[in-house]
Design a protein around this ligand. Structure first.
Ligand code: GDD
Length: 351
């Protein structure tokens, strides 16, 4: 029987890479997305162009449904009859969750409950369910963090993800469902949203080179993150659902860097000193911070045979090159252009 995957959050970074990954394995893929007044399908437009969805055999389709609307979830489950469900949809910005706590809890905690409950009622226990859990759940727990590390969430986002993690386990234990958690540490790519720190940095450097802006404003530079490549992580996600039994897995590189190191490295690729172009503002600091994340993914390595391919420096350069290319610059051209830039952040303003 052909595998049939339902992906929530298919228009997001991970959703788009996962859809590509599953289509390349011969899956029939159905994505769901919320209605938006402005098109937000840029990350999957190349897939729409590859397949003709007027064809009844078309392996890739996207329909409207919403994690805050159980009836829409039940309709798509009834219609599509998936064999695997990947729940990637979320309000994914930790900082914004402090401003939108209630809706973040609704989408990120009650949303997975609605989906699990709908799968149980509509499809039964044979459907395999993946929950996008997050290293943000570890919060203040010191590194390294593994599947055995206690959760100490520091944000509405982290608390909501922890609730969803436990609800996923609960469906496994109480109803015998194949319900698994991937506890993914930060993962980035050229498709990363513009308000996450890595992409904000590479995108703004490309704008500095183009002469559109003269600096980057950032918040806490001391936070440490274990940054991997989203394209590598979707393979771990898929492997989690192919495992013999439902289980919970940390997915991480095992290497950690501060935000300062990321921004310094990105500028250094162009021969620039980051301190000439970065100012720090309280505007981008959070009411509570997760100080240090460093994942121990030895269980995923051992049981799933998964390991990341792209390292920190390669990831940073990949993202910068992509943002420069979108503005018509090669890396070499940008390096030449960088030589003519004057520092824009006077030393006295540096904190
Ligand atoms: N976004 C942002 N913008 N973060 C900044 C900035 C800034 O201007 N300046 C400093 N930071 C710091 C944040 O305070 C945080 O410590 C770190 O950079 C990373 O921030 P994000 O890139 O926004 O990611 P995150 O770690 O909060 O959350 C991401 O990773 C989680 C996994 O741990 C998101 O992808 C979550 O959805 C994901 O679950």
């Amino acid at each position: 029987m052909t595998a049939r995957a339902l992906i929530t959050g298919v228009v997001g970074q991970d959703g788009s890479y996962l859809a590509e990954h599953l289509l390349s394995k011969g899956y029939i893929v159905r994505g769901i997305t919320r209605r938006a007044s402005y098109p937000h399908t840029q990350r999957i437009d190349h897939l729409f162009a590859m397949y003709d969805d007027r064809d009844p055999e078309c392996p890739f389709r996207v329909t409207y449904a919403d994690l805050t609307d159980s009836s829409s979830l039940q309709n798509v489950l009834l219609d599509f009859q998936p064999t695997e469900v990947y729940n990637l949809a979320a309000q994914s910005h930790v900082g914004i969750s402090f401003d939108t706590g209630e809706s973040t809890l609704d989408i990120n905690a009650i949303g997975p409950f609605r989906l699990l409950d709908s799968i149980r009622r509509v499809c039964g226990p044979d459907v395999r369910f993946y929950q996008a859990s997050s290293s943000e759940m570890f919060g203040a727990s010191p590194p390294p963090q593994s599947e055995l590390t206690p959760f100490l969430p520091q944000s509405p986002y982290g608390a909501a993800k922890a609730a969803a993690y436990y609800l996923t386990r609960m469906h496994r234990v109480a109803y015998g469902m194949f319900a698994a958690n991937g506890i993914l540490f930060n993962h980035e790519s050229p498709r990363r949203g513009l308000n996450f720190v890595t992409r904000k940095i590479t995108y703004t450097i490309a704008r500095i080179i183009a002469g559109d802006v003269d600096r980057i404003e950032l918040g806490n530079l001391d936070a440490k993150r274990d940054w991997g490549f989203s394209g590598d992580y979707v393979d771990a996600i898929w492997r989690i659902l192919q495992h013999t039994e439902a289980d919970d897995f940390v997915v991480a590189t095992g290497e950690t860097h501060t935000v300062r190191e990321f921004v310094a490295h990105a500028f250094s690729i162009l021969g620039l000193d980051w301190e000439d172009f970065v100012s720090v503002t309280d505007r981008f600091k959070r009411p509570a911070e997760v100080p240090a994340l460093l994942g121990d993914a030895s269980k995923a390595r051992r049981l799933l045979g998964w390991q990341p391919k792209v390292g920190f420096a390669e990831l940073c350069q990949m993202m910068l090159e992509s943002d420069l290319a979108a503005r018509g610059h090669t890396l070499d051209e940008a390096r030449v252009q960088a030589k003519s830039l004057r520092p824009s952040v006077p030393r006295v303003r540096r904190k």
